[in-house]
Design a protein around this ligand. Sequence first.
Ligand SMILES: C[S@@+](CC[C@H](N)C(=O)[O-])C[C@H]1O[C@@H](n2cnc3c(N)ncnc32)[C@H](O)[C@@H]1O
Length: 284
Amino acid sequence: MAQDYLTDLLTRYWFAPPVALWRAVELRVAAQERYERPLLDLGCGDGLIGQVLFGRASSVDVGFDPWLEQLRQAARSGVYRHVDLADGHHLPYSDGTFATVFSNSVLEHIPDVRPIVREVGRVLHRPDSAEGQGGGRFIFTVPSDAFRSLLYGYSRRRKVGDVEGAEAYASSVDDWLAHHHYYTPDEWADILAAAGMNLLKARYYVPRQVEELWDRMNSRYGVKRRWSVWGFLASPRLRSLGYQSLLRRLVVRGLSRRWRSYYRMDVPPGDKGGGLLIVARREE
Ligand SMILES: C[S@@+](CC[C@H](N)C(=O)[O-])C[C@H]1O[C@@H](n2cnc3c(N)ncnc32)[C@H](O)[C@@H]1O
């Protein structure tokens, strides 16, 4: 039976339900790929996504991140055989070490991704024509070139002709999420080709209805505002009062039912979604 990422992630991110929704759809799509080992998780953060996606203890060979606190949590998660404090611009691994490099929601936060993509190309397995083996694969997720226009706050303003307001809204989301770029599949193909990789697949996920819900819920649950009633009630500082386990149960039970159809929605053929999963292979 397919894993229920929605319930899993609502349980873990009950205090920020829209985060759970986006990531659940992302993992449902990412889980459909094959991850050959040795496997590297680039920008693994706290390891939560690695743990939910790959499950078993030590199922990822290496995770790295430049953020020490997050990396400590990743180490504690037990999913990585080894973790490194490192930056994607200078990977501390020899050429051709990995069969797969995975990266979830990292590249959009890095202003110039080209040097990092070059490093990924270097550490992936070379193709071996004598053995008839293809090169290593780079599998990553990023927000897509349609992300801004699928925001509810953007399309609502565009519909009434407020182009400037729509742009300002999308820019405020870029700032809040620290997103630096939204490349199209063709642009990714060029970036990957310059690093010796060939784009094999570009799959959009998070269709319009889901992104609109996500955007509205970010406001409702105060995810992007400094202060909200929900944010206050869910604050870790109030954990000792004991009521949060009830709150969590209510969120998990209620939203895993109410958001189920959104969780299952795929992007219709020919349309774009707010997220993009790319699979590329080292060719040289
Ligand atoms: C949104 S988090 C995603 C973390 C994890 N992949 C996940 O899906 O939960 C972005 C991560 O990228 C990492 N990061 C930022 N700049 C980086 C760089 N130059 N090289 C590697 N990781 C980087 C951050 O430290 C952070 O942990």
